[in-house]
Design a protein around this ligand. Structure first.
Ligand SMILES: NC(=O)c1ccc[n+]([C@@H]2O[C@H](COP(=O)([O-])OP(=O)(O)OC[C@H]3O[C@@H](n4cnc5c(N)ncnc54)[C@H](O)[C@@H]3O)[C@@H](O)[C@H]2O)c1
Length: 353
């Protein structure tokens, strides 16, 4: 049976979901909703459907098997309040909400439902990242000690209503953007953070922009150092005025036995073992390989094929009745780390989590 999906919010990310769902076997987008007329038109052009201006009318009128929520961060709490009242599996874009308090309200509202809620964390599903995590799990680096994540990229894109320019709406850059990296840190270290220190600021981007009379106030560069309960140290290096970079994301995992690193979009993965010497006597990575991603998947999304792989896993969960790969609790913890990093930047102080 083809699973029928309803998509709420059909801006940048909602359209990426629609295009990727078109590539996944056994699913079909059968309803879409967006408050913005221009984005409704785009969704209608992609799907051939008539889009609903109000998602509540969509929920009342349509027979669906799953919901995708890709509206702005500050709308997740109220939209989820209606969505969790249905019995449909839900995939909601990161961050789960823009504040910890809102995440907790959603978790409380969802506590009695049987159907799963999956928080979309696309970076987990990028093929080079998936492979890096497999290597760490296999013990390739030995005892994991350090994890470094660098994102050096272009400034925030334009969004409907410019919601990503105001921390009050997005949660701030550490929540909005970096929840991905905090989620990856928890996943890769297999531990939870105990303390973090962040230094950052808004030094280059959006300096003269205002939204409804309010000045844009989002951090555009930061270093965040995190101590994890199992003794692993992690660090994030974010720069959003660094589009002239070889790779946008670089992840390096180092343990007492070696190192695994990957880069995106180059899709390179290298593995080095301490003490490994090649025939020439050089100490080099043992392996450096290109992780292939289907060109079609690269074209239909901005996340290195990840949205497709995430949807295949979400569909399989619906079919088999399994658990979400990224739970509401994971979503909450990533927001909590982001909120702590925002506070650390403001207060110039380490935050105990
Ligand atoms: N996983 C990722 O890497 C990634 C990338 C981009 C965006 N996102 C997330 O996806 C979500 C959407 O971001 P975007 O980039 O598509 O923003 P966007 O502004 O391009 O699109 C959001 C859409 O939601 C619509 N909307 C607002 N309120 C609504 C409501 N009450 N009901 C229905 N539609 C509503 C807007 O009109 C707009 O079309 C955000 O939570 C964002 O953080 C995730």
């Amino acid at each position: 049976m083809t699973l029928r999906y309803g998509v709420i919010g059909t801006g940048n990310m909602g359209q990426e979901h629609i295009r990727n769902l078109g590539a996944v076997d056994g699913v079909e987008v059968t309803a879409v909703a967006d408050t913005d007329a221009g984005m409704r038109e785009k969704a209608e052009a992609l799907t051939g459907l008539t889009a609903y201006p109000d998602y509540r009318d969509m929920l009342g009128a349509e027979t669906l098997d799953a919901l995708v929520i890709a509206s702005p961060n500050h709308t997740h709490r109220s939209i989820l309040a209606d969505a969790v009242a249905t019995d449909l599996p839900i995939i909601v874009e990161k961050p789960l909400c823009s504040t910890v308090e809102d995440c907790q309200a959603v978790i409380a509202a969802a506590s009695s439902r049987a159907a799963p809620v999956w928080v979309a964390m696309e970076y987990r599903f990028m093929p080079p990242v998936t492979r890096l995590i497999e290597e760490v799990r296999k013990g390739t680096v030995g005892q994991l000690r350090m994890l470094a994540i660098r994102e050096h990229r272009f400034p925030f894109l334009d969004k409907v209503g410019a919601w990503n320019r105001l921390s009050a709406l997005s949660g701030g850059t550490m929540v909005e953007k970096c929840c991905h990296f905090f989620d990856l840190m928890r996943l890769i270290t297999n531990s939870d953070p105990v303390r973090l220190y962040a230094t950052g600021g808004q030094d280059v981007n959006h300096l003269d922009e205002t939204v409804d009379g309010q000045a844009a106030d989002v951090v555009d560069n930061a270093f965040v150092a995190v101590d994890f309960a199992n003794g692993t140290r992690a660090m994030l290096d974010l720069c959003m005025f660094a589009e002239a970079s070889r790779d946008q994301e670089e992840i390096t995992v180092t343990g007492d036995g070696g190192k695994v690193e990957c880069g995106i979009p180059s899709s390179r993965l290298s593995i080095g073992k301490r003490g490994f010497v090649n025939r020439m006597g050089d100490i080099l990575p043992m392996l450096s390989e290109h992780i292939p991603v289907d060109e079609k998947l690269l074209q239909i999304g901005d996340h290195h094929g990840a949205t497709y792989f995430e949807h295949v896993a979400f569909r399989d969960m619906i079919r088999t009745g399994g658990r979400p790969a990224v739970t509401l609790d994971d979503g909450l913890r990533a927001v909590a780390m982001g909120q702590a990093a925002e506070r650390s930047i403001r207060e110039h102080a380490a935050i105990v989590l």
